[in-house]
Design a protein. Structure first.
Length: 166
């Protein structure tokens, strides 16, 4: 199964659970570069469960999308659970969704990451009426493209597992 087919299958599972609950999701893609949102949009009728989101790949994008004061990030680093949870709460609130999903990571392929996170580290966070959940993934790889797909899959899997339990 190709990566696109796998992400579509995951998105179908997430869509089924969100539709059954009558709830909507907003997404803040980080190191995934939009792959999470793109996967959800492969599902026909995505407006039923997906509000929207954005790619947070710079401090400027973070400031605009989350509309949080810089002090909210004091002492935090990217690719950590606290950072991803803060972003998940903000995307949920700013988009008026039931659930907020955020991914923060370091995909690799460059000489340095501004957060100091090792290449291959991703943290997905989901916040909503059923609680707050996180999933850390360490691929130990510097393969940028493979990491982006793995990080998106980890985030979608977090949503599915969390909704199935909540």
């Amino acid at each position: 199964m190709s990566e696109l087919e796998q992400s579509h299958k995951q998105a179908l599972d997430v869509a089924r659970l969100l539709r059954a609950r009558g709830e909507k999701l907003a997404v803040a893609d980080g190191a995934t570069g939009g792959l999470i949102a793109a996967s959800l949009l492969t599902v026909s009728g995505a407006l039923d469960f997906f509000v929207g989101g954005g790619v947070v790949y710079s401090f400027r994008a973070r400031d605009v999308l989350f509309d949080l004061p810089r002090v909210a990030y004091k002492g935090m680093r990217g690719a950590t659970e606290d950072y991803a949870l803060l972003q998940a709460r903000a995307i949920r609130d700013n988009f008026g969704a039931d659930w907020g999903l955020a991914e923060s990571g370091s995909v690799g392929g460059s000489s340095n990451h501004p957060t100091g996170a090792a290449a291959g580290r991703s943290v997905a966070a989901l916040v909503g009426p059923g609680g707050e959940f996180t999933a850390v993934l360490e691929t130990h790889s510097d393969d940028r493209i493979a990491n982006m797909h793995a990080f998106a899959g980890n985030a979608l899997n977090l949503v599915f597992r969390s909704l199935a339990k909540a």
